[in-house]
Design a protein around this ligand. Sequence first.
Ligand code: MG
Ligand code: MG
Length: 254
Amino acid sequence: MIPVKAHWEVPLMRTAGRLLAEAIAEVRAHVAVGVTPRELDRIFEQAIAARGARSAFKGYDTGAGPFPATICASRNEQVVHGIPDDRPLNDGDLISLDFGLEYGGYFADSAFSMGVGTVTPKVQRLLDITEKSLYKAISLAVPGARIGDLGHSVQSLCESEGFGVVRDLVGHGIGRRMHEPPSVPNFGKRGTGVPLKPGVCLAIEPMITMGDYRTRTLKDGWTVVTTDGSFAAHFEHTVLITENGPEILTAPLR
Ligand code: MG
Ligand code: MG
């Protein structure tokens, strides 16, 4: 069974999502050549502390030991789960930043990738298509749709561009825990998987590579990289399925 949010839980999920979007906007404004991922981590930590929230990532342990930072910062061939360090961002880097918080017992999860300074046209294409694949999948997250519809959509768009779709990591349900059922793969068949209904909340997160889709984890136990060294991009939103369609709880502030 996939968890369905009760009527009274929806405002709490909305608040968690909005606070996360606000904090992400603060970090995003600071991404530039010469800035270090550790500086971005501090900005996020302060931004959520000021809002009474806590990082969902710091201390998270999957067996590799507690994650040491409040954000994940993954550069170039790093796909996800990179640990923020003191190496300044360079012109031409692709940086993927992933953020999660808990507020009042509810979780929100969102990520974006961007080019630092000037990136090559191919890297920009990877960024554009990965983001587009997220929004396309979100548009399909309506009552009656199946989980496989979302993955099929991401996979067909990204593979038609010659990009790779990461298989080892997937999106997930989210709510009172950071990771809840169901799994939300970025690949699959239309009309398969669990059906969506109002109150289901998903973290949808395409992870797309410029080359082969295979990944491996570095010795730090966290950082996931492409095996062929090709660049990767990652975009994510926390999305609530409602009677009226998808509601992006972590929608960027306008
Ligand atoms: Mg995330
Ligand atoms: Mg996630």
